[in-house]
Design a protein around this ligand. Structure first.
Ligand SMILES: NC(=O)c1ccc[n+]([C@@H]2O[C@H](COP(=O)([O-])OP(=O)(O)OC[C@H]3O[C@@H](n4cnc5c(N)ncnc54)[C@H](O)[C@@H]3O)[C@@H](O)[C@H]2O)c1
Length: 248
């Protein structure tokens, strides 16, 4: 017997970074895992990958159908696909606001809605949303991104309340800055990448970035059938960023 014992899990944005680490960890612990990503070229051989842009309802519905056709059931949804946005509240135009909210917030609703009938039939149903520390503390130059993750935090609690009596648990992780290709791209775009990296590390009390594997471990904890009394929880994986105040 393994922890996930053949449960079927989908991981959106599972082709890179936190999602890829989560897909690998869940598979290691006995889950049958499908990766839903807009680009599945990096999905390792042997893992079930489905091309799915979470902003496209038809693609989302077709992806869930493909997972059911492949595995026959669906127990665990990891809503992880997300994109970033930089700047203060004036920095992004309306189209960019719509684009980021569409991926980061409505994408989670689309995927969960399509999965719900299958989750209701599962004995170990769980949804884990990848939120962010920016939903819980104010960080400069992240207005749009923070608004999207604040919505994810609220959506997580609302969904947890709606579905608790149906036996579906809903939780979220709130990572600090994590060492993934996303942050690599952010640093590459900076005027001084070394200084930008040092500033990101200094922002976290541990003085280093969070690893994708550490976030995956927290996601797996929340998704696990062993965590059967845990719902409506936002679990920080942020190196102490939200909760600690150290002397300068
Ligand atoms: N890296 C960080 O510092 C950090 C911190 C807190 C939260 N997060 C969150 O973690 C999640 C994963 O981030 P990451 O750092 O691993 O990023 P990443 O860029 O390495 O991976 C994101 C994945 O999502 C996929 N994706 C993007 N838009 C999509 C769409 N519309 N439909 C389907 N797939 C899509 C990408 O193809 C990619 O495979 C995001 O929700 C992000 O907001 C990241």
């Amino acid at each position: 017997m393994t922890e996930f014992d053949g449960a079927v899990a989908i991981v959106t944005g599972g082709a890179s970074g936190i999602g890829a680490a989560t897909a690998a960890l869940l598979a290691d612990r006995g889950a049958r895992v499908a990766v839903l990503d807009r680009d599945i070229s990096a999905v390792p051989a042997g893992r079930f990958g489905v091309v799915c842009d979470v902003t496209d309802r038809a693609q989302v519905d077709a992806a869930i159908e493909a997972v059911i056709a492949e595995f026959g059931e669906l127990d665990i949804v990891i809503n992880n696909a997300g994109i970033g946005a930089a700047g203060n509240v004036a920095a992004n135009d309306d189209d960019e606001w719509r684009r980021v909210l569409d991926v980061n917030v409505i994408g989670m609703a689309r995927v969960t809605r399509a999965a719900l009938p299958h989750l209701r039939a599962s004995k170990v149903a769980a949804v884990v949303n990848t939120c962010s520390v920016v939903a819980t503390i104010g960080v400069p130059d992240r207005a749009l991104y923070a608004a999207s993750k604040g919505a994810v935090a609220a959506l997580t609690l609302a969904m947890a309340a709606d579905h608790v009596r149906e036996g579906i648990r809903v939780n979220a992780v709130t990572p600090g800055t994590a060492d993934t290709p996303w942050v690599g791209r952010l640093l590459d775009a900076a005027d001084d990448p070394d200084a930008a990296e040092a500033a990101l590390k200094a922002r976290q009390p541990m003085g280093r970035l969070v690893s994708a594997h550490e976030v995956a471990h927290a996601i797996a904890y929340l998704a696990s059938p062993l965590s059967s009394s845990t719902t409506g929880t936002l679990l920080a994986v942020d190196g102490g960023m939200a909760g600690l105040r150290l002397p300068a």
